[in-house]
Design a protein. Structure first.
Length: 710
């Protein structure tokens, strides 16, 4: 309200009613009207007071008519009926220049269906459920079937609705083609007419045996393309598209009078469940991964439950009954307050039971948020009808525990199953995973990515395992998995890890250690205790290493000797299954004393010694180029000690490895510029003083002479 001043612009007042229900006329605008007055009369006008509403009007003027729905027009009377669409009622077709169409939400003069028979938007008003539904459909389009409020609908939902309505039109055309069917050529039936004609020649028999085949392949292909498109859209648009498609194909019926087994895509009763499986799986993942508003989430679920599914799709009835993230049972599991995933509700036990796609989606989301402790708690508690799929997810529990820094629990989780049916994870890990686990246990670091093979730096998350615990857990893993046990890569990984520092380099590589050879008495003591210890590791869940042998001073050396004894046992039992031995020998690095200890014990069994030598010679011959590059990197000191180890071996078969290595270097001197430094090493090592007349003495002397001439 504002007074009229000569120097100020005139101001007018329109009183707006806040509640249409209080207005018996249903009008959304209340006009305070007054006839025009002269200036003198305006000055003499007194205050008008409405005591009931406590409203004081000090000035009023002829109101300006604002835009309004046709039924609120004060110029032309309006007649209300529930759903009359045949023709305009009374003077409903009359309009002023500010009348708007209730359905189209635009000026009545621009409405194309204002007086159209069977539509008649001029009769629309807000007190009719029929007209309200018409308005919602006009504004929301196909989205109205999701029972969405207009305030819920955003650009993504409108986009999904637009794509859905186009799809429905295309699907209708394709489905009608399916209903027509295809007439297949008749088979050559015997003719029973008179006169009897040859098979396939009688037109009467042809028409009698004409078969109509209904192939759903065209519909299946169209729906599949639409689902492919939906998977590329934003979550809200995709959800609308998936749900709309589900409703449409659920209405499809097979017109064939008998079962026609035409294949997975051509038979409706096979194709529709296949499509629904894909749709429900995607929707389950979206309900878990996408942060839909709660009201929208519930409307999506309610819409799917309202779909009338045919009998061949009844299995999907409860597909979208996905436990929300704030569910009591789920939240207590994630927080660690419930480790079993079950609770008693109204006198009966309730379990945390979910389908595999839902479990996969929850794990994915928790991992993305780096909530690894919650992932472990969830996987240990949740149950699923797909036991193998759940087992595969649970196999990553030890990795997630490493991400939390709990390496001891991770090592135990590898060996002890979550449930008795799945078996332990150790029986299913790969050689690569075995190596990564040992590296994590050794260093207390983990890959920064979400998986074993993710590239990127390693980060420290906890304290590494002690050497005694590490060797026990590593050997248990090998004993639980025969494929690992017979894989030379796994044994070389174990030796390499035991001979490395617990500090991880910036590049993610381990630093090899050169362990001093322990006293002979110490070696014999560890070897004497090793056989019994290894037998206990195979049979018992947990053992203790003798503190007198595995002392703090020589614990690394003791662990390496224990590993040597384990390799020896493996060779004695499983040598025929071994594909290589050279990489095991190379894994000892500069700890040649440990390698010599292994080779010396192999000489007690002739066939084991011969088999091992043959493996090494074959590896050297097949991998010459690789070995030359490796020796270039390791340098003459390493090559010299490697040669010295084999050439001075008391067994001639072992000496053949050193001689073959000499021949490789001699034949490729142009690739071995470091070879000239071997002369000094051979002199210092006393290789010139090998027993005269032996093959080793002859070849070493010959090799030294060649090098001295360079």
């Amino acid at each position: 309200m504002g007074p009229s001043n000569g120097d100020e612009e005139e101001k007018s007042v329109i009183l707006i009613s806040d509640d249409e229900a209080e207005n018996p006329l249903g009008s959304s605008v209340v006009l305070v009207d007054a006839p025009e007055k002269t200036v003198l009369e305006e000055e003499k006008s007194g205050e008008v007071v409405d005591e009931e509403c406590e409203l004081m009007v000090t000035f009023c003027k002829q109101a300006k008519v604002m835009p309004h729905a046709r039924y609120d027009c004060t110029v032309h009377p309006f007649e209300r009926m529930e759903c009359d669409t045949c023709s305009p009622l009374g003077k409903n077709a009359d309009i002023c220049n500010q009348c708007y169409c209730y359905i189209c939400d635009k000026l009545a003069s621009e409405c194309q269906n204002w007086t159209t028979p069977s539509l008649c938007h001029c009769n629309a008003h807000n007190k009719s459920k029929f007209w309200k539904d018409q308005r919602d459909f006009a504004l929301a389009g196909v989205l109205v079937m999701f029972n969405l409020e207009l305030t819920d609908i955003d650009a993504d939902l409108r986009h999904g609705g637009s794509l859905l309505i186009n799809f429905i039109h295309e699907l209708s055309v394709e489905y009608n083609k399916y209903l027509v069917g295809e007439r297949m050529p008749p088979k050559r039936h015997e003719c029973f007419c008179l006169p009897k004609l040859p098979p396939g020649r009688c037109s009467t028999c042809k028409s009698r045996h004409m078969e109509v085949v209904y192939k759903y392949s065209g519909v299946f292909a169209l729906v599949t393309r639409f689902l492919n498109q939906a998977e590329r859209e934003n979550p809200k648009a995709a959800a609308v598209m998936f749900l709309g498609a589900a409703k449409e194909i659920a209405l499809h019926k097979d017109p064939a009078l008998s079962w026609q087994n035409l294949g997975q895509t051509a038979s409706l009763k096979i194709a529709v469940p296949c499509l629904l499986q894909r749709i429900t799986t995607q929707l389950q993942r979206m309900l878990v991964l996408c942060d839909f508003p709660k009201s929208l989430y519930e409307k999506f679920v309610n819409f799917f439950q309202s779909i009338s599914l045919p009998c061949h799709c009844f299995g999907f009835s409860n597909s979208l009954n996905v436990v929300p993230w704030d569910h009591v049972l789920l939240t207590t599991v994630l927080k660690g307050q419930n480790v079993t995933g079950q609770r008693t509700q109204k006198g009966r036990k309730v379990f945390l039971w979910e389908t595999l796609p839902v479990i996969q989606a929850r794990v994915e989301k928790l991992v993305d948020k780096t909530n690894y402790k919650e992932v472990v708690r969830y996987l240990r508690a949740v149950k699923c009808n797909d036991s193998q799929g759940l087992r595969d997810l649970r196999d990553k529990i030890p990795f997630y525990l490493c991400k939390t820094g709990d390496f001891l629990d991770a090592a135990h989780s590898l060996l002890f199953p979550v449930d008795s049916l799945a078996g332990c994870t150790a029986s299913r890990i790969t050689p690569l995973q075995f190596e990564v686990y040992l590296k994590m246990f050794r260093t207390g670091s983990v890959p920064s990515g979400k998986d074993f093979q993710d590239s990127g730096p390693w980060v420290t998350t906890g304290s590494p395992l002690k050497d005694g615990v590490l060797i026990k857990q590593a050997l248990k893993l090998l004993y639980r998995n025969l494929l690992l046990y017979r894989n030379p890569k796994c044994w070389s990984s174990l030796i390499m890890i035991l001979g490395s520092s617990s500090l991880l380099g910036r590049n993610g590589y381990l630093h090899p250690l050169s362990l001093k050879e322990p006293p002979l008495e110490f070696q014999e003591g560890v070897l004497a205790a090793s056989s019994g210890l290894l037998d206990e590791l195979k049979a018992k869940a947990n053992i203790s290493l003798p503190s007198a042998i595995f002392s703090p001073h020589l614990h690394r050396e003791a662990c390496l000797i224990l590993a040597v004894q384990a390799i020896q046992q493996m060779l004695f039992c499983d040598l025929p299954y071994l594909t290589s031995f050279l990489e095991i020998a190379l894994a000892f690095g500069n700890n040649f004393w440990a390698l010599k200890l292994l080779l010396d014990h192999l000489s007690y069994e002739e066939h084991i010694l011969q088999g091992t030598v043959n493996l090494i010679l074959r590896d050297l011959n097949c991998r010459r180029a690789t070995m030359l590059k490796l020796w270039q990197n390791l340098g003459p000191q390493y090559v010299g000690e490697f040669l010295c180890l084999f050439l001075t071996c008391r067994h001639k078969k072992m000496q053949s490895i050193g001689l073959f290595t000499l021949s490789i270097i001699t034949e490729n001197l142009h690739m071995c510029p470091w070879a000239k430094h071997l002369c000094n090493f051979f002199h210092n090592a006393g290789l010139r003083h090998l027993p005269l007349g032996t093959t080793a003495h002859h070849e070493v002397s010959k090799f030294i002479n060649i090098l001295e001439k360079l």
